[in-house]
Design a binder for this molecule. Sequence first.
Ligand code: C5P
Ligand code: MG
Length: 168
Amino acid sequence: MSAAEYRTGLGWDVHRTGPGRPLVLGGVSVPAEFGLEGHSDADVLAHAITDAILGAAALGDIGMHFPDTDPRWKGADSLIFLRHALGLASQRGYELVSVDSTVILERPKLKDYRTPIREKLASTLELPLDCVSVKFKTAEKVGPVGEGRSAEAQAIVTLRRTCEPAVP
Ligand code: C5P
Ligand code: MG
């Protein structure tokens, strides 16, 4: 039986907020009085999209490929993870078709950063801008995200089969 022509992958991530940390979303630094804690640059959006790509290709999850105990990834630019996931999917014979995502963060307001984030992700993922969607939500002051203690991101991607896998 031949492999499916289209595959869908789901990604989710959460990071605590913390003082003296950068707030990086989709590779874009957003000015804020706090940032996100984590081993890498804690780019919660890049992590969710990375997991969605890995998931669509059934290649495990981000922690399998980039353990947070590995000193190489301390402070790492998470776009590295995203490019790596894309490369692995490509080796499996899949190309990325589209990305939809949501960042859930109580503050700051992110809407002015939508275009820069979409542009950064589109260039990293080698996609046209109109195939990259980034949405923002508050958590209506409810729960850890609503109380400003954490940020979450969700992503869904579609992969299209291009050829037989280069690796089994
Ligand atoms: O969460 P809520 O539905 O109230 O969000 C309303 C609007 O605020 C959304 O359109 C969203 O784009 C924007 N927003 C934002 N920055 C956030 C959260 C939401 O710009 N941190
Ligand atoms: Mg993460």
